[in-house]
Design a protein around this ligand. Structure first.
Ligand code: F6R
Length: 257
């Protein structure tokens, strides 16, 4: 079972997730970090930045990229990661991989990205957010649980959710290149974060519902090493919240990530 950690707010989750990420990366022979974009991971990135670790040797892999945004577009995930991750945390831009969302070569973008991950020795620790429809990466409901990096069509729900980052809802791309659920599942540790009431249903379905392509986040139930950090609002629909709190309060000291 995933470890479910219910905390007061995103800052508290960010602190704990930062500890976990840095511990994993510092122990890894090849420090490879799977990173997410969107609002959810920001408190983790801030907490890591505040610790002033040398991360210049870390190789990072984005989960996904929009298709067709011009190079340098401020909402392309390459640009977002440069702004929110690479500069504040001192990563080396050349070691930050993002799927190629340009129209040219789109057919091979997934395969090329899979090869980059494999050549780096796989991903040691993967940060995940979750969409209100249960997506992880941009694997929308119905995505194969074994899928690899490929082009996907975004749901209208996801486009609406992400419209806040664009001047107009019409500007949100319709397609993306995303790591597959099978790709994500091969990371050696997963950290899923979710905050706010709007994520409560998705979290309950991912953590306690059936494992199903209808809820892509439910792949965490098949993974041997997962931590889920949620605030009270995102945890509000978990049937076994009391048990998760009890388990965390009584966590043996030897059982650190
Ligand atoms: C982002 C990603 C998405 C987001 C999800 C939640 O790289 O892959 O799965 O994690 O859409 O987005 P936020 O965090 O903005 O609520």
């Amino acid at each position: 079972m995933a470890e479910i950690v219910i905390v007061a707010d995103a800052e508290a989750a960010g602190d704990l997730a930062a500890d976990a990420v840095l511990r994993r990366l510092s122990r890894a022979t090849t420090p490879t970090w799977g990173v997410a974009t969107g609002s959810t991971p920001l408190s983790t990135y801030r907490a890591i930045a505040a610790r002033d670790h040398d991360l210049s040797g870390v190789r990072a892999f984005a989960l996904d990229e929009y298709v067709g945004l011009p190079a340098g577009h401020p909402e392309s995930y390459r640009a977002v990661l440069d702004r929110e991750l690479v500069h504040p945390l001192g990563l080396n831009t050349e070691k930050v991989h993002v799927p190629d969302g340009s129209h040219e070569g789109l057919e091979s973008a997934g395969e090329r990205y899979e090869r980059e991950i494999a050549d780096a020795g796989g991903i040691e620790v993967q940060i995940l957010g979750i969409g209100t429809d249960g997506h992880v990466g941009f694997n929308e409901p119905g995505s194969s649980l074994a899928s690899r990096t490929r082009v996907k069509t975004l749901t209208e729900q996801t486009r609406q959710d992400n419209a806040r980052f664009f001047d107009s809802p019409d500007d949100v791309p319709r397609h993306c290149v995303t790591q597959g659920l099978g790709t994500i599942s091969r990371a050696r540790h997963l950290i899923l974060l979710a905050f706010g009431e709007g994520k409560a249903a998705a979290i309950a379905a991912a953590v306690e519902g059936p494992v199903t392509a209808a809820v892509p986040g439910s792949i965490i139930q098949l993974h041997p090493s997962v931590t889920v950090f949620v605030d009270e609002a995102a945890a509000s629909r978990l049937a076994h919240a009391d048990y998760y709190r009890h388990a965390y309060e009584n966590k043996p000291r030897w059982q650190v990530l």
